[in-house]
Design a protein around this ligand. Sequence first.
Ligand SMILES: Nc1nc2c(ncn2[C@@H]2O[C@H](COP(=O)(O)OP(=O)(O)OP(=O)(O)O)[C@@H](O)[C@H]2O)c(=O)[nH]1
Ligand SMILES: [Zn+2]
Ligand SMILES: [Zn+2]
Ligand SMILES: [Zn+2]
Length: 270
Amino acid sequence: MCQDCGCSDIPEGMVKIHAHAHSLDRDHPHPHDHEHPHDHHHEHITLDSDRRTIAISQSILSQNDRLAERNRGYFMAKGISVLNVLSSPGAGKTALLERTMSELRDRLKSAIIVGDLATDNDAQRLRRSGAEVIQITTGSVCHLEAEMIAKALQQMHLDGVQLLAIENVGNLVCPAAYDLGENLRVVVFSVTEGEDKPLKYPVMFKTADIVLISKIDLAEVVEFNRDLALHNIHQIAPQAKILEVSAKTGLGMQDWCQFIEQSLQKSLAV
Ligand SMILES: Nc1nc2c(ncn2[C@@H]2O[C@H](COP(=O)(O)OP(=O)(O)OP(=O)(O)O)[C@@H](O)[C@H]2O)c(=O)[nH]1
Ligand SMILES: [Zn+2]
Ligand SMILES: [Zn+2]
Ligand SMILES: [Zn+2]
């Protein structure tokens, strides 16, 4: 978690929010270096500075929690149900959301916030579904934070929107520590990643409300051991509902969309 990697030291001006489609590099230059933000110089850390680091991390996290609660209040007041979609890079979050938003298009008004270190490629793909899309580029920050969401919300037109999907930065580690104010945490876990991922990244899986096993159309080619994967998810995340989906063939998409609509009704009934 970020207590260890120090990735929450965000330099002023690094995070950008892009409300409209444009080419990132051509329209305005984004001066940022590509240094890895994670500080791994642990060998000289004394107990005292260790304690100080932990105290600072805890205060960053509790500040995030406060802002997440504020976001949650805002979403509730507006009657918007919010998904925080998390996975390793390339597990299929954007493909899943493209297909989900297209299928729900006639039944629900949706919007999307998408976070990446760089490029607005995902936003361009997602806009084709007809939903309003805001791209957050984080520079070198490997997760989204509640404050970034609050800033993005200021640029969105959310009247009448019932569903907001937030595609987090592809990363199975620190996004787990940052509540964004969502109703549901959706962890996407593709068949190509290996059945042991829930065991290796337990913090992420423990916080999941639902685990989507994605790219199920590739299961056979990669000799995906379904029973073992289900066993590992159950072991780490007994609370999570599990669905198997393919954004490519559409398999499982109906159940997934139904799950979203049911949870939307539940969140509105509270
Ligand atoms: N066969 C197959 N390929 C898929 C599926 N979903 C996504 N892909 C492919 O997997 C690759 C990554 O998909 P993305 O949707 O970009 O993944 P992502 O999680 O949004 O990636 P990041 O935002 O970079 O973390 C692309 O080449 C997709 O075409 C699927 O259901 N089946
Ligand atoms: Zn981190
Ligand atoms: Zn993506
Ligand atoms: Zn991070």
